[in-house]
Design a protein around this ligand. Structure first.
Ligand code: FAD
Ligand code: UDP
Length: 400
């Protein structure tokens, strides 16, 4: 089908891109060096080249573009996400319009089930979840409100990721759905994490079982990597993969640097390492058409060592007689995937941010460089705003 054809073209292209023989010839000088070919780096490179007319070198230490959103065909020919499930959702028309220059979209609304005992129930908690779990017959929002109010434990002020949930649904539902999952995912108790973490997942009194309620929810029709290929496909952009910034920093002179890696690493961990949480991804293919009813099943039970299992065909719409899955095992070591939102980490980040603000001709953009638990659309928005500021500043400079 069209998706497979597009992905095969992409794989061939991708293999060409990562092969050292196709490395771009080094230019004497670039206007801008961009470290990282994820959303932050790719949007910055595209804007700088396409709108700003700059010559840009993008470097990434991974052997591929697209950062954590990288997808590719696995050995079974199924499009999988190398770094776990990525579902695009946003309320911003500007961000959709921007990305739509580089991709068509496949409408997709994400649904998640949580494995509780022998049952799989909708997550976020909604009316159906409660009816299934407690064998109830709650019929309207008011029934659910009353049920939750009878269990909720008031907490004032609401500070932590435990407070948010306990104050809304009570301790039992908190323990069923949030405590174990969070302890596994973050290696700490929800009471030690900022409230913003579990506040990402709402509680609903209706039967809406979608994971997100954003106006726009879709997957790039030929995948994320294909979208990034088009963003970076510009005569003014060269891409170097499998190369660390430190190896090329002094090889290619540049006037400006865009850094999208971990900010503490940029400053040589001067104030000590900023904590990040990692994951180990176990990818496998099963000889059956479908493994589970929805794209993602969460495992909140603390005794199960993984947090969730993703089945990609639900996300991509690809048809195949086999199916590919990814299981996520949280880990303290490995690539930095998540900044860990808590006060002491934010305080440490602020010290690095002060160094960043004093650094001339360097822009720090993205989830790792600004230490923010951002979704893809937020990173795109942040990069577009950063570009606009840079562009305005260079126009001011040109006028003086
Ligand atoms: P990254 O994608 O991490 O890109 C940074 C790049 O910089 C990397 O490729 C890295 O190799 C490179 N780099 C770093 N340091 C150096 C160096 N010194 N030299 C060379 N290269 C360097 N968001 C959503 O909106 N929806 C989702 O469903 C979703 N699911 C997610 C699931 C998981 C498991 C994870 C981890 C994240 C998920 N996200 C999701 C968040 C999304 O991945 C990020 O918002 C987005 O990818 C961040 O883009 P970025 O460019 O800031 O960072
Ligand atoms: N969470 C949970 N149980 C769930 C889903 C989420 O406890 O079934 C908590 C957990 O702390 C998780 C956070 O809510 O890290 C945010 O969930 P989300 O699905 O947004 O995580 P992400 O997709 O970013 O990994």
């Amino acid at each position: 089908d069209a998706l497979v054809d597009a992905a095969i073209v992409l794989r061939d292209k991708h293999e060409a891109v990562v092969s050292p023989t196709s490395w771009p010839a080094a230019r004497e000088r670039y206007d801008v060096m961009v470290v990282g070919a994820g959303f932050a780096g790719a949007v910055m490179a595209e804007r700088l080249a396409n709108d700003g007319g700059k010559r840009v070198l993008v470097v990434d230490r991974r052997p591929h573009i697209a950062g954590n959103a990288f997808d590719h065909l696995d050995a079974a020919g199924i499009l999988i996400h190398q770094y776990g499930p990525h579902i695009f959702h946003t309320n911003s028309t500007e961000i959709v319009d921007y990305l739509s220059q580089f991709t068509d979209w496949r409408p997709y609304e994400h649904r998640v089930l949580a494995q509780v005992g022998t049952q799989q129930v909708p997550m976020p908690i909604n009316r159906t979840t409660l009816n299934m779990l407690y064998d109830l017959d709650l019929r309207g929002d008011a029934d659910v409100d009353a049920f939750l109010a009878s269990r909720a434990e008031p907490v004032d002020p609401i500070r932590t990721s435990a407070d948010v949930v306990v104050s809304k649904v009570g301790r039992e539902l908190y323990e069923t759905f949030f405590r174990g999952y969070t302890r596994k995912q973050w290696g700490m108790d929800p009471s030690e994490l900022d409230k913003s973490v579990t506040a990402r997942v709402p509680t609903r009194t209706d039967t809406d079982d979608r994971y997100f309620t954003d106006r726009f929810q879709a997957m790039p029709a030929a995948g994320y990597t294909a979208m990034f290929e088009r963003m970076l496909d510009h005569p003014n952009i060269d891409v170097l993969l499998d190369v660390d910034y430190t190896a090329v920093r002094d090889v290619y002179p540049h006037d400006h640097l865009v850094f999208t890696g971990p900010i503490d690493e940029y400053f040589g961990h001067r104030y000590g390492p900023l904590p990040y949480r990692s994951l180990r991804f176990e990818h496998r293919t099963e000889d059956t058409e479908w493994h589970q009813p929805v794209a993602v099943v969460n495992y909140p039970d603390e005794d199960v060592p993984y947090t969730r299992v993703t089945e990609y065909k639900h996300l991509t719409g690809q048809t195949a007689s086999r199916t590919s899955l990814t299981t996520e095992y949280p880990s303290a070591t490995g690539d930095p995937y998540y900044p860990i939102p808590r006060d002491e980490n934010q305080a440490l980040f602020k010290r690095y941010e002060a160094l960043a603000l004093a650094e001339h001709n360097v822009s720090f953009v993205g989830r790792l460089a600004t230490y923010r638990y951002y979704n893809m659309d937020q990173v795109v928005g942040q990069a577009l705003a950063t570009y606009r500021r840079l562009d305005a500043a260079s126009e001011r400079q040109a006028m003086t």
